[in-house]
Design a protein around this ligand. Structure first.
Ligand code: PLP
Length: 416
């Protein structure tokens, strides 16, 4: 780090500033985590220098013996951890993994059935501003208006009517377990591929805290940087029969040279995730999400679908008459980082939104447990009700930030 400071003090200051931000506040973004020093060491290594187009043993460049070993070790760890026949660790991100899955399984113009964005789906599940919505005929399924759970009957009806070539399940803002067997049944009924986008919850699967989609899916796409706690990146698991198509879809169809430092860091994270400690971690992530949700209920907020089975909760703020945008801004001022989020059937536009999404991967990595979740819920309750434009509002938010600092001091992110 001394060299970075000497060469580029401006960027060194950003790195230190971000470290201070992580240490000084509460990180409740459901898709974020705090990677280990071992993962960071692999990411910051000279493996970033290496061009390695192709796959281990079949590269288009010389000098790949070392990076071949890293990729082979990582692939073996992924296969072992998830019981998958094949693993590809090269996708640069979750969206890149999804693009490759589309490229492997469907043709432009084909019909794809996936979760509607306002109901928890991801941009790559058919948004018109994304390749998925532009190049494919995407049909969206929703959650039931009353239960706020995936409406499997509607999924089946839409599948029967539209005869999709691929069905996607897995979401960005869905707090409940997904019935993979039901999706498999529906996919089989219409002869569609089933792609599970496990970006959010693959870490819970690794830690055995929730059921695995691997036995049911043709292809599982994932990110490695969320609950899994690895470097920012993507990963694809699939059956052997699809391995070649998936590999070709990643390289050379959608990507060039893999980021070998990231591939090595993924291997490190997969080793960490195979440890018994990670199972304890994943179970605690879910217990913490439940405790945080219960605490927010006590603060007068409503969890969409009544609760959570995973690492995240979606919270409807209409009962306390605060918008998602206001809540995000107020929490930010109190050093609590979370995001506004549309709730199903949201009457407000997405940039205002009626809800927030909260997740427990980062605070659980810091060692916090149920007791701290109740304290966090109370801090969120105070923050979202504090109008910064009212007299004394900014002071009140600063006071909450002080209480946040006291809480996190006992659970330091990246201890000094
Ligand atoms: N799929 C789902 C369900 C996601 O939630 C996300 C990101 O949050 C992605 C894909 C995309 O991942 P990335 O941001 O790494 O491209």
């Amino acid at each position: 780090f001394g060299q970075l400071q000497a060469t580029d003090p401006e960027i060194a200051a950003v790195v230190l500033g971000e470290l201070d931000r992580l240490r000084g506040g509460l990180q409740l973004i459901a898709s974020e985590n705090l990677t280990s020093p071992a993962v960071l060491a692999a990411l910051g290594s000279t493996l970033t220098n290496k061009y390695a187009e192709g796959y281990p043993g079949r590269r288009y460049y010389g000098g790949c013996a070392e990076v071949d070993r890293a990729e082979q070790i990582g692939m073996a760890r992924a296969r072992e951890l998830f019981g998958a026949e094949h693993a590809n660790l090269q996708p640069h991100s979750g969206a890149s993994a999804n693009l490759a899955a589309y490229a492997a399984l469907v043709q432009p113009g084909d019909t794809v059935l996936a979760m509607d964005l306002p109901h928890g789906g991801h941009l790559t599940h058919g948004s018109r501003v994304n390749f998925s919505g532009k190049w494919f005929k995407t049909i969206g399924y929703r959650v039931h208006e009353e239960t706020e759970l995936i409406d499997y009957d509607e999924v089946r009806d839409l599948a029967l009517v539209h005869q999709p070539k691929m069905i996607i399940c897995g979401a960005t803002a869905y707090p409940r377990l997904i019935d993979f067997a039901r999706f498999r049944q529906i996919a089989d009924e219409v002869g569609a591929y089933l792609m599970v986008d496990a970006a959010h919850f693959i870490g819970l699967v690794a830690g055995r805290a929730i059921p695995s989609p691997v036995p049911y899916a043709d292809v599982v796409c994932a990110t490695t940087h969320k609950v899994l706690r690895g470097p920012r990146g993507g990963m694809i698991l699939c059956r052997e029969s699809l391995a070649q198509r998936i590999d070709k879809a990643v390289f050379p169809f959608t990507q060039g040279g893999p980021l070998m430092h990231a591939v090595a860091a993924k291997a490190v994270a997969l080793r960490e995730a195979a440890m018994p400690e990670f199972q304890a971690y994943a179970a605690q992530v879910v217990r913490n999400a439940r405790a945080l949700t219960a605490g927010l209920v006590a603060e007068g907020m409503r969890p969409v679908s009544g609760g959570t089975d995973t690492h995240l909760a979606l919270i409807d703020l209409r009962g306390i008459d605060v918008t998602g945008q206001e809540a995000e801004e107020r929490c930010d001022a109190a050093m609590i980082t979370l995001n506004k989020n549309a709730i199903p059937y949201d009457p407000r536009p997405p940039l205002t939104a009626s809800g927030i999404r909260v997740g427990t991967p980062s605070v659980t990595t810091q060692g916090m447990r149920e007791g701290e979740m109740h304290r966090i819920a109370a801090l969120i309750g105070r923050a979202v009700r504090t109008d910064p434009t009212a007299p004394g509002g900014t002071d009140a938010l600063a006071a909450i930030a002080g209480d946040v600092a006291d809480l996190v001091a006992a659970f330091p992110a990246y201890p000094r």
